[in-house]
Each structure stands twice: as structure tokens, then as C-alpha cells.
Design a protein around this ligand. Sequence first.
Ligand code: UDP
Ligand code: MG
Length: 375
Amino acid sequence: MNNDTAGSPGEEKESKTGSNRPRPRRRKPQPRPKPDQQSEKKSGDSQARSQAQKKPQQGRKPQPRRDQNLLSIVVPCYNEEESLPELALQIEKEMDQIGGKYEVIFIDDGSTDDSFGQMKMIHRRNKRFKAIQFRRNNGKSAALAIGFKEARGNIVITMDADLQDDPAEIKNLIKKIKEGYDLVSGWKKNRKDPLGKTLPSKFANFMMNKFSGLKLHDHNCGLKAYRREVVKTVKVYGEMHRYIPILAAAEGFKCTEIPVNHHARRYGKSKYGISRLLKGYLDFMTVILTTKYFKRPMHFFGSIGTLFVTSGFLVNLYLFILWLGNETYLSNRPLLIFGVALMIIGVQSFTTGLLGELLVKNTSDSTNYSISNRL
Ligand code: UDP
Ligand code: MG
């Protein structure tokens, strides 16, 4: 185990503390990438590699190496101490049947119970099980993002840590991937969750199918399989884990689904309350706008802008005609100012939100989370 911090502020500090004149940087010659890495898909891996090369390696582990024959299983976990030992046994049993090399990456998302203690015990027994511990709770998306970054396998499986997802489905997901798909999502056809969860989820799936163009019954199923290129390309931040298939499809990856077995939660409680509805809606807007209008924001904002300006002009024209005819003072119509102000504020806040999202998506290192332990 070692203490570690993902991402390092070294580069930034240098430019802040130095003189105003930019100092030319000397780069050490970098080793050439391996041939199998060269052929990897554009942005994801090559970006991650070039970032890793730029940053000083202060006590960091080197970037994980790809292993063609390895299966990576990524398991985000927040306060699931009771489920973990059984989950590990189930995964071991399943993988013994499937055969082949595998690694399991547990991400302890700042649990306050003994989840990390359980991970340590599992790791001691079976070194294929690894664990990364966040110092604080960063959310499921953050946990997945770091798991995706660490995964070395050619195929990556994600599953929840609460025993609701069934490891016996892993072989079916892999089979479907081998048919030529890039992403296979589970579909909890017979979902064992309370109505307060299933109903909003039905509505969310309906909206996603309607507006995203990708039709799935269960976009947000925790159990999924990905080809490596997908997890190295799609940026999962905030609470975007719900929309990974849409983001992947927008990148051109082939996505499909298979029905999977689902179990009721046996231990602990769900980590997602009613607040997920609002957050889910806001993230949904971001996903739809950034995937559909990302390359042509003017189509969206231009039409809204034109509509608003035209309506404003017509209202003003109407008041102007009234003023001409009856000499009514416009200062007697506060509603006009109120309406116009609302419109301007609405449009501006929406635009600001989208610009903010674009900045986050393009400039931040979305896996820059503080890690306290590694196994
Ligand atoms: N989870 C996480 N970080 C969080 C919330 C949840 O890593 O902030 C994990 C959680 O431990 C579980 C998975 O994400 O393995 C799904 O969470 P949960 O079972 O609470 O969601 P639900 O099944 O109720 O939708
Ligand atoms: Mg669950």
C-alpha cells in the first residue's frame, strides 16, 4: 500500500512562482509507445498518455499497461461492508467457471464503514482483487472514472457492490461484446426495487430514448460491459454515469443491451434519494445539449434567441402602437420589463450553464481525485 494523489499540481506551480517571462521547457526524450498501443483509438488513450508524460511522476504509479487477455471488473462501493465478502466469492466462483485472467478493481468512494477493511481482507486472500480508496465521497461517476483509468483489460465490466447485480451475467455480457458491440448494457427486466425507484426510472428512460436517439430499456443499469476503447474515451464526471451509453453512442460506439438478473438490496440502503431527480434532469440536459448540439450550438441557441427577440419586438411594437394611438405611457406597463428581464436572465443562465459544462468537459482532468490508499 502506498499513499498517492492522482494528478499533480507541479506544472502549474512552476509557472506561477517563476518570473513573468515564460521559461523554455526542456523535455526528456520519451520512450516510444508499444505497437499495440499505437493502434488504439484516438482521444482517450493518447490523451491520457500525453498528459501522463507531461506531469512529473511524483510518487505516482506509472499508467496501467494494456493486457489483451485480461478482463477488468470495476466495482464502485460506498458503505457496502456487509455485501463485499459475498460479492468477492461470487465473482471468484464465476470467473473460475469462465476461466482466463481477470482483475477486480474496487473503488471505495469514501466509505465511512469498514468497506476498505473488507477490501484489504479480500486482497490478502486473492491478489487479483485490488482496491482504491478515495479520501472522501466523490460519487459513483468519479469512482467509475478512476476505475476506468486504472483498468488494464481489453474488456471492462462494471457492477454495483451491493449484490443487486449478478456476476453470473458476466459471461453473457462478454458473449455479446464478442458479437461485435462496443458497449453492452444490462437491462433489469425484472427489477427488484421499490416503486419510488422504478417509476422515475421508467420516465427517465422514456425521455432518454426520445431525445438521445439511443433506445435502451435501462440506460442506468450498473451492470455493463465495455470494450476498452469506450472506457478510455468517454468522460464520466459529475453524475454522468447514468448517461454513459448515450455519451458512448455519441462518440460512434455500437451499443446494445441484454436482459440481466436483478436482486433486491439485502444490506444497507440505496445511496440515491429524491435529489437524484433534479440532478438527473440537469445532467440529462447537459448530455443532450453537448451530444446533439455540441458541434452546432448556434442551431439551438440561435433559434431560441431569434424566437425571444421576435416575441420581444412584437410586444414592443404592440405597446408602441398603443402609445401612438392613445398616448398611454409605457411606464405604466411594468409587466413588460418583468417579462423581458425574465427572458434575458433565462437565456443567459442557460448559456452560462452550457459554457461551464463545455469547459469542464474539455479542460479538466476528470480523474483528478484525491486517493488515500491503493492495494
Ligand atoms: N455508490 C458509490 N458512490 C456513491 C453512491 C453509490 O460508489 O456516492 C455505489 C454503491 O455503493 C453501489 C452503486 O454505486 O455499489 C449503486 O448505488 P445504489 O445501490 O445505492 O443505487 P441504486 O441501486 O439504489 O440505484
Ligand atoms: Mg443498488
